[in-house]
Design a protein around this ligand. Structure first.
Ligand code: SF4
Length: 145
C-alpha cells in the first residue's frame, strides 16, 4: 500500500489550482494499491491558495508562511497529522510524495524567501511520516516503484 501525493496523479489540489501529473506515478494506480492524500487540503487550506515556504523561528523550529507573510504553520501541521492518521489506518509503510513541496518535499525544499532557491530539508508531512517509520520517496527518485 502506497501513500501518494494526489497532485502527482492529476488531482487539482496544488496551490495554483492545478496539478503535477506524472505518468510514472499514474502507472502505480494500475498496478498497486494506493491512497491519495493532499496534506495542505487535509489541513484546511483552500485551493487555490497562496504559495507557502518553510522558515525557522528563533528556536530553530520549522514554521510555514505564505507569500504574503501569513503564518500557516497550524494548517501544515494539521495536514501532516491527518495524513499520518490515514497512513496508519491503511497500513501504508511507503509514501511517494511531491518533491520540493513545503508539505511533501523530501531532501530539498525552498529556502523560505520565495526566490526558487532550494536548501536541504523536508516538508512538514514528510518529517512526520518518517518520524513514524514510513519511508518517503519523491517522484524524482530513480527507484523502481
Ligand atoms: Fe501536492 Fe502535497 Fe502540495 Fe497537496 S500538499 S498539492 S499533495 S505537493
Amino acid at each position: 500500500m502506497y501513500l501518494i501525493s494526489a497532485c502527482l496523479v492529476g488531482i487539482d489540489c496544488k496551490y495554483s489550482g492545478g496539478n503535477n501529473l506524472n505518468p510514472k506515478i499514474v502507472k502505480l494506480l494500475e498496478e498497486k494499491k494506493v491512497i491519495l492524500v493532499c496534506p495542505e487540503q487535509l489541513g484546511g487550506l483552500t485551493t487555490p491558495r497562496l504559495p507557502s515556504e518553510i522558515v525557522y523561528d528563533e528556536d530553530g523550529n520549522k514554521k510555514v508562511v505564505n507569500i504574503e507573510g501569513q503564518d500557516v504553520t497550524k494548517e501544515f501541521f494539521k495536514g501532516a497529522e491527518e495524513t499520518l492518521k490515514i497512513a496508519k489506518l491503511m497500513g501504508a509503510k511507503v509514501a511517494i510524495l511531491k518533491a520540493k513541496s513545503p508539505s511533501c518535499g523530501k531532501g530539498k525544499v525552498y529556502d523560505g524567501q520565495f526566490r526558487h532557491v532550494l536548501v536541504d530539508g523536508n516538508g512538514i508531512t514528510t518529517d512526520l511520516l518518517e518520524k513514524n517509520g514510513i519511508k518517503v520517496y519523491t517522484e524524482e527518485d530513480d527507484i523502481d516503484f
